[in-house]
Design a protein around this ligand. Structure first.
Ligand code: 0X9
Ligand code: ZN
Length: 302
């Protein structure tokens, strides 16, 4: 079991995934998708309803590409907990869909934000010039290095020396591409600010199908508003927040052909990236209300 009264370290999170796979072998499997730069196992958990049918459509959720955004990692864990431990209540979301969840994209940065620098955002691979780390959400090869990115290796939004310079972003790329036809909904959890963002992040222009994505995001925002009164802003990344190219959301949508791709910026709590431990449970419960509503829209429509 895992608690939502503390932020868990990477090893505890991986142990929870393995524990679920051992407890529910017909519905849960865990994969080592690859290694981080510092050689940590990056695991995905695949959750099904156990009916043995393969090749279903997929909802792919990840979190923690940015190290310091701890409530995002907790949000992904809560989704896992709901779909697995609370399967009976959520089985409609697993009837024709499998979920693939990657709760810690950037474990090196996450651990560093626990041990050394709470405000660390990037990966931890040294850059030849001077500083450490690349912004994973500027490192994807779709309009890479354009607006909203930095060439300064010391900057928090460093785009990397090349696109996909980081093992962690290559791993997300490979997962997205492997799901190319089955993947219907890509959801990536960040913090903070209460936003539901959709493509594009590299231009203020909208994709032709933007209304389809907006529909899903609006359903999430409305469900949260009704449940807790919390207001989420819905819009394209560029228009609702700021322009920033090379993000995983644009890549999932434009290259890996996920028809629905959304970045969810969870609430901040006390000091921005650092909610109190008492805020974790209410925040992740509220987040789950929104994710459930978005997933329900997707499974009804795609
Ligand atoms: O800047 C980001 O990467 C995200 N915000 S955060 O505060 N969590 O860093 C927003 C990303 C939105 N998507 C794209 N710009 N592609
Ligand atoms: Zn982020």
């Amino acid at each position: 079991a895992i608690s939502f009264t503390a932020f868990h370290r990477h090893a505890e999170i991986n142990a929870y995934l393995d524990e679920l796979a051992a407890a529910y072998p017909s519905r849960v499997s865990v994969q080592v998708a690859g290694k981080s730069y510092e050689n940590r196992d990056i695991k995905t958990i695949t959750i099904s309803n156990g009916d043995g049918r393969s090749g279903k459509s997929v909802i792919f959720l990840d979190a923690g590409i940015h190290a310091r955004e701890w409530i995002a990692h907790a949000g992904a864990l809560y989704v896992i907990h709901q779909l697995v431990d609370n399967f009976a209540a959520n089985s409609a979301l697993l009837k024709n869909y499998d979920w693939v969840i990657l709760p810690v994209v950037n474990p090196d940065g996450y651990e560093y934000s626990h041990t050394s620098n709470r405000m660390w955002r990037k990966t931890r691979k040294p850059v030849s010039s001077a500083c450490y780390g690349t912004d994973g959400n500027r490192n994807f090869d779709y309009h890479w290095g354009e607006v909203g990115t930095s060439s300064d290796s010391c900057a928090d939004t460093f785009k990397g020396e090349t696109a996909f310079s980081e093992p962690e972003t290559r791993l997300v790329r490979d997962l997205l591409l492997s799901l190319r036809s089955r993947g219907k909904f890509y959801l990536t959890l960040h913090s903070f600010g209460n936003y539901l963002l959709f493509p594009y992040g590299w231009t203020s222009a909208l994709p032709v199908s933007w209304r389809d994505i907006d529909d899903v995001a609006q359903a999430g925002a409305a469900a949260i508003r009704a449940a807790t009164g919390t207001k989420y802003t819905v819009g394209s990344s560029t228009n609702a927040l700021y322009a920033a190219a090379g993000g995983s959301d644009d890549y999932a949508f434009a290259v890996a052909d996920f028809p629905i791709s959304i970045t969810m910026e969870l609430p901040a709590g006390g000091t921005g990236f650092n909610p109190t431990t008492a805020q974790i449970l209410p925040y992740v419960q509220e987040t789950w209300v929104g994710i459930k509503a978005m997933a329900q829209k997707v499974v009804d429509k795609y």
